[in-house]
Ligand binder design. Structure first.
Ligand code: DSN
Length: 415
């Protein structure tokens, strides 16, 4: 791999190969990560990175657009087909710029917006007070029910009636359950609010028909393209036709300059893959694997937020295991199992060393792992957490992890 970089720039090459080894010899459980196909890698690393193309297909500011126009139109058409959307903008550089563009398009600074609290699973762009969203708009934030760990729709309605938001944001970055899109829409309609869905985590499951879609109900839906959707780093915005002009104007020239056409080509390729029947099987298996992993963890005494999962994502509270999230992440890292420390709702600990861990199944499912492997993974996590500072224990698990991984190649990696 990377022969030209090897001879030209050994410094960068060394770390790229080390990362390829890490990705293929370890078990990737960060729920927002995945492995893209060779075709997506090729498009993303292509000569399209050389081209500037401010504007939109057919309406650009520079010459030489005959090829990128075709590619961007393919990405737009496939995104619309995949999600049944009226309009798609495929230019957002990533999730945070996409969310910012939506707010910029449809709100005035200072408007009231409702979003899920960061420490209950929301994203920084859903109104974190120190983030741009929280500074530029008046966010009021709903949370999860302390008993059930699920979004309390009665609280959402109560807050909506009290604060009369201009927009309600639904979606998450660390929440294991499906979202009641229809109910959110009903509440928004009751108070005359716009609806915005952030499906960054579950877009692949929605595209693969393994979860319900907010697209028929919501005014605007956005997603990053690199999580369950298995595309390149980036994002797209889908919306009803009546918001199309405002959204496009907010993305360019409102917020961004030249679109990254290499990433847009990779999005088009990924959407083409997601439109194939086998992607539905993938989406279903991601959910099955997550359910199985959650059940196997519960059998071993792990306490899960909301007691399980509907999606690809699991949030475990390690308080009863007396191991803080940071130590758990570090110890698992030593064995080649990668996940992230995470706050749990109403966490008494700091976000730098919270009580929980967040894990998920998109990447292991791409490798072809199924229920039997989920059982092994749960067993390894249990063994590591039970004796997190025992180097010999970690070494034994690492060997077993590497042995399993050698049987499940990663797309795009040939060592
Ligand atoms: N960093 C992403 C995640 O891990 O969920 C969200 O931006």
């Amino acid at each position: 791999m990377y022969e030209t970089i090897k001879s030209q720039d050994p410094g960068v090459y060394g770390s790229m190969i080390a990362e390829a080894k890490r990705q293929s010899e370890g078990i990737e459980l960060i729920p927002s990560e995945n492995y893209v196909s060779q075709a997506v890698l090729e498009a993303n690393g292509s000569i399209l990175t050389n081209k500037y193309s401010e504007g939109y297909p057919g309406k650009r500011y520079y010459g030489g657009q005959e090829n990128v126009d075709v590619i961007e139109n393919l990405a737009i058409d496939r995104a619309k087909q995949l999600f049944g959307a009226e309009h798609a903008n495929v230019q957002p550089y990533s999730g945070s710029p996409a969310n910012t563009a939506i707010y910029f398009a449809l709100l005035e600074f200072g408007d009231t917006v409702m979003g899920l609290r960061l420490d209950h699973g929301g994203h920084i762009t859903h109104g974190l007070p120190i983030a741009f969203s929280g500074r530029a708009y008046h966010f009021v934030q709903y949370g999860v029910n302390p008993e059930t760990g699920t979004i309390d729709m009665d609280e959402v309605r109560k807050m909506a009636l009290e604060h009369k938001p201009k927009m309600i944001v639904a979606g998450f970055t660390a929440y294991p359950r499906d979202i009641e899109w229809k109910k959110f829409k009903e509440i928004a309609d009751e108070v005359g609010a716009l609806t915005m869905a952030d499906i960054s985590h579950t877009a692949g499951l929605i595209a693969g028909k393994a979860l319900e879609s907010p697209v028929p109900y919501f005014d605007v839906v956005m997603t990053t393209t690199h999580k369950t959707l298995r595309g390149p780093r980036g994002a797209i915005i889908l919306c009803k036709e009546k918001y199309a002009k405002a959204i496009d104007k907010a993305v360019f020239p409102g917020l961004q300059g030249g679109p990254h056409e290499h990433a847009i080509a990779a999005k088009a390729v990924a959407f083409g893959e997601a439109l194939k029947p086998e992607f539905k099987e993938y989406a279903m298996q991601v959910r099955k694997n997550a359910y199985h992993l959650a059940e196997e963890m519960k059998k071993r005494g792990f306490k899960l937020v909301s007691d399980g999962t509907d999606t690809h994502l699991i949030l475990a509270d390690l308080t009863s295991r007396n191991v803080p999230g940071k130590l758990a992440q570090q110890a698992l890292d030593e064995t080649g199992i990668t996940l992230n420390k995470n706050t749990v709702p109403n966490d008494p600990r700091s976000p730098f060393d919270p009580s929980g861990i967040r894990l998920g199944t998109p990447a292991v499912t791409t490798r072809g792992m199924k229920e039997a492997e989920m059982e092994k993974i749960a067993e390894w996590i249990d063994r590591v957490i039970a004796d997190a500072e025992n180097t010999a224990n970690l070494k034994t698990v690492k060997k077993e992890v590497e042995e399993l991984c050698s049987k499940f190649p990663v797309p795009g990696i040939k060592l």
